[in-house]
Design a protein around this ligand. Structure first.
Ligand SMILES: NC(=O)c1ccc[n+]([C@@H]2O[C@H](COP(=O)([O-])OP(=O)(O)OC[C@H]3O[C@@H](n4cnc5c(N)ncnc54)[C@H](OP(=O)(O)O)[C@@H]3O)[C@@H](O)[C@H]2O)c1
Length: 247
């Protein structure tokens, strides 16, 4: 396929920045979405190969902001060939530790960003997505293994898996494929403290390969799922956890 118009959410750092770099290296135009890290996002954009990339700001918990993210990208690119729902939050709220109010807040915020955000982005984006379009969702091993300290996160990612499978069936007749990657721990800001702390070696040893994923590992899988060759992978969920959790 010639140059594609790609929107990557949460592209100011971590996995999203690596995904944006992988698409740009393949010759695509990338819209890098972020929430608050304007400088970081600009830095990532400036380092991308190729021309015409842009940054776009917005809180995915806000449906109005989601609509305006898509409007901005469509105004600039004319269409959206690929949507990568990558942005996410990971908030600790152990059931035995937090107050009822904190429990409410954690569930509402996590589901709003990790599940409703991607659902709303998909609704807005498919109206500008031609045949051959792709939606790739970044889920997590936690959807399958459970998240005892972040239960809303696990539930949000299980919901995201289901959203992807439902949309794969809904959008197939339009030639749009929808798929998911489910990484275990990845070396990013989100996991930095845990991986650098006393648990780090135990976590790396969960995989027989003795390591966790890099953002580039995840980006390579996303690039494949967004390719023309991956049409028949629609509906799939690719595990990227180094055999640390088999299902
Ligand atoms: N790291 C891991 O171990 C791991 C494992 C499995 C799955 N994942 C998933 O992979 C994805 C990316 O993770 P990461 O580790 O790269 O995360 P990260 O380094 O924490 O970066 C998160 C990104 O999401 C954006 N973001 C956060 N809250 C947002 C909101 N309310 N609205 C819009 N954007 C928001 C951030 O923007 P700002 O920089 O502007 O705040 C940032 O670009 C997430 O969905 C995560 O759940 C990560």
């Amino acid at each position: 396929m010639s140059e594609r118009a790609v929107l990557v959410t949460g592209a100011s750092r971590g996995i999203g920045a690596a995904v944006a770099a992988a698409f740009a290296a393949a010759g695509d135009r990338v819209a890098l979405h972020y929430r608050g890290s304007t400088e970081l996002a600009e830095k990532v954009r400036a380092a991308l190969p190729g021309d015409g990339h842009l940054t776009v700001q917005g809180d995915l918990a806000d449906p109005t902001a989601v609509a305006s993210i898509i409007e901005t990208v469509v105004k600039e690119f004319g269409r959206i060939d690929v949507l990568v729902n990558n942005a996410g939050i990971y908030v600790e709220h152990r059931i035995e530790d937090v107050s009822y109010d904190e429990w409410q807040e954690s569930w509402q915020r996590t589901l709003a960003v990790n599940l409703l955000g991607p659902a709303n982005l998909a609704w807005c984006a498919v109206r500008h997505m031609p045949r051959g379009g792709r939606i790739v969702n970044v889920s997590s091993r936690g959807a399958f293994r459970g998240e005892p300290r972040q239960p809303a996160y696990g539930a949000s990612k299980a919901g995201l898996n289901s959203l992807g499978q439902s949309l794969a069936r809904a959008l197939g007749p339009r030639g749009i494929a929808v798929s998911t990657v489910a990484p275990g721990y990845v070396e990013t800001d989100m996991a930095a403290d845990v991986l650098a702390g006393p648990q780090g070696d135990t976590i790396r040893a969960q995989s027989p390969l003795g390591r966790v994923a890099t953002p580039a590992d995840v980006a390579a899988a996303v690039l494949y799922l967004a390719s023309a060759q991956a049409e028949l992978a629609s509906g799939t969920i690719i595990d990227l956890n180094g055999a640390s959790h088999l299902r």
